[in-house]
Write a protein that binds this ligand. Sequence first.
Ligand code: HEM
Ligand SMILES: *[C@@H]1O[C@H](CO)[C@@H](O)[C@H](O)[C@H]1NC(C)=O
Ligand SMILES: *[C@@H]1O[C@H](CO)[C@@H](O)[C@H](O)[C@H]1NC(C)=O
Ligand SMILES: *[C@@H]1O[C@H](CO)[C@@H](O)[C@H](O)[C@H]1NC(C)=O
Ligand SMILES: *[C@@H]1O[C@H](CO)[C@@H](O)[C@H](O)[C@H]1NC(C)=O
Length: 334
Amino acid sequence: MAFPSFLFLLILLPLFFSNIPFSLSQSQLSPDYYRQFCPNLDNIIRDVVTTKQISNPTTAAGTLRLFFHDCMIGGCDASVLISSNSFNKAERDADINLSLPGDAFDVIVRAKTAVELSCPGIVSCADILALATRNAITMVGGPFYTVNLGRKDSLVSTQSSVEGHMPLANMTMDEIIKKFESKNFTVQELVALTGAHTLGFAHCKEFAYGLFRYSKTVPTDPAYNPKYAEALKKLCHNYEKNPAMSAFNDVMTPSKFDNLYYQNLEKGMGLLESDNALFQNPKTRPFVQLYAKNQTAFFNDFARAIEKLSLNGVKTGNQGEVRRKCDAFNSIHI
Ligand code: HEM
Ligand SMILES: *[C@@H]1O[C@H](CO)[C@@H](O)[C@H](O)[C@H]1NC(C)=O
Ligand SMILES: *[C@@H]1O[C@H](CO)[C@@H](O)[C@H](O)[C@H]1NC(C)=O
Ligand SMILES: *[C@@H]1O[C@H](CO)[C@@H](O)[C@H](O)[C@H]1NC(C)=O
Ligand SMILES: *[C@@H]1O[C@H](CO)[C@@H](O)[C@H](O)[C@H]1NC(C)=O
């Protein structure tokens, strides 16, 4: 009797670790997953993203960041889209959310509504977020890549799951490298993915200490180009009273997906401490230099890295559900 029950345990064990059947989940995804039941999916999403991006040009950056957060925390499973309620503080309300952009949540809600009109109950919010992200990147000039589909939406979303999974702007580059390695990304993939900072902005509080409180003797991080640091200090001088103050991540072409982010880094014109550290650190610098010189290399490597990101911790089969509304589970969970 002992032998079969031991076997039984072995068979059940993987069910309790939904992140483990990684390669299994991955192999079930396909670009044609919805061909039969929602053939027009990509066009529906592209229309919604285009309309939203035109009326609100920060949408692309926000959507990309939202996708990154979702995939880093328990996998690309739309757990970040769940709203908190009185029983559960959801992932999106963890301290780290640093005001995850409302326009990004909004474009996913709109896309889901449009998709439900054509193919009700078929397409997961996780897949909608993955496709919307790809379409947003392409729309602002970035590379096209294939999105494999068939993700299910998570059955959990908790604030506490966020802890320790996201890289922070004030971590050392070695700590950031470890974070990415813990998600199976190489140093080169980390540098390529962070090229996402060719878009969007950051609030002053995210980089103010590098301007005003770098060390006891040196207030401003010497990695900054001095003129650029002066301009940022002026912009952010009152940021504690005015927390909405923010600056573009890529000061040269803030809303175009290109390689100027890396060219800026070579001049000490990265915004976050972690941006400038990519050029300061000898492990990451060669890749900054490569991508600053060669946009094609950046686009190829970014596309491959984000395809890989988009498979992280994917749920399939009964590991998840297709939500009716992206911000709530289909049945009540506590
Ligand atoms: C090196 C590790 C990274 C760190 C420390 C980091 C940190 C940050 C911080 C602090 C902000 C500003 C948030 C705010 O003030 O609202 C930001 C913005 C952003 N991040 Fe990252 N990030 C990293 C890597 C990535 C990656 C890999 C991606 C995507 C693949 C990404 C996409 C973005 C985007 C698109 C924005 C702009 C968002 C907007 O304008 O709404 N980041 N990041
Ligand atoms: C997280 O973001 C939402 C907006 O999406 C905001 O209402 C909420 O206060 C934020 N939570 C924290 C802890 O900053
Ligand atoms: C780093 O930043 C986070 C918020 O982004 C903050 O909670 C933490 O205390 C900071 N750590 C250090 C060492 O400054
Ligand atoms: C880690 O990444 C490598 C190279 O991209 C890939 O071949 C491998 O399957 C990944 N492993 C896991 C557990 O995801
Ligand atoms: C840029 O990178 C691409 C892709 O890796 C490569 O084919 C091309 O030869 C590179 N161009 C230059 C000028 O090095």
